[in-house]
Ligand binder design. Structure first.
Ligand SMILES: Cc1cc2nc3c(=O)[nH]c(=O)nc-3n(C[C@H](O)[C@H](O)[C@H](O)COP(=O)(O)O)c2cc1C
Length: 157
């Protein structure tokens, strides 16, 4: 393992594919050819665990908004990892992306409360795509992935 490499973790959940398309675009952004010092791990929420958080220097979390909250699978990831990383995590720079039918603010509020506990430190505005995941949304996702990767590579977060 190259110990100089920084590590970016992308964790997402998607039931019908919208958040997944966003996550793929975020991943593409993180792999921009100008960013050579960042290794990215791209995982579904159910595959991710505490060891992934302990590995990461930066975190991107993607969820649909369900019932005004995070999806169950994203909440499960957070439930499964909180005590396991407690006291071992330097404040972890993070940002989130949300696919929502028409709102998204409930998912953001929920994540922000939970992030305070870990702690994750918000380094970018939440990205909410409402309704159809269109090309403007995907462009913003690419930009988000690039920004997080470049930021942790340069050590500015
Ligand atoms: C059970 C359920 C609850 C939902 N609740 C909300 C909601 O509270 N607010 C909202 O804007 N959209 C809501 N939606 C719509 C989803 O957020 C939206 O379809 C999203 O694009 C799904 O993402 P996915 O394709 O990644 O699963 C809900 C959808 C489902 C299936």
């Amino acid at each position: 393992m190259n110990t100089l490499m920084k590590h970016l973790l992308i964790v997402y959940h998607s039931k019908t594919g919208n958040t997944e398309r966003m996550a793929q675009a975020v991943y593409r952004g993180a792999q921009h050819p100008d960013i050579s010092g960042v290794e990215t791990r791209y995982l579904r929420a159910r595959e991710a665990g505490p060891e992934d958080l302990l590995w990461a220097h930066g975190l991107l979390l993607g969820t649909p908004e369900n019932f005004g909250y995070l999806s169950g699978a994203m909440k499960d990831f957070l439930d499964r990892t909180f005590y396991e990383v407690e006291g071992q995590l330097s404040p972890l720079p993070y940002a989130m992306f949300v696919s929502a039918g028409n709102d998204g603010s409930g998912a953001v509020r929920a994540m922000e409360r939970i992030a305070n506990g870990y702690p994750f430190v918000r380094v970018h505005e939440p990205l909410i795509c409402r309704g159809e995941v269109d090309s403007a949304c995907l462009d913003a996702c690419v930009e988000l992935g690039m920004t997080l990767a470049a930021g942790i590579e340069m050590g500015i977060f």
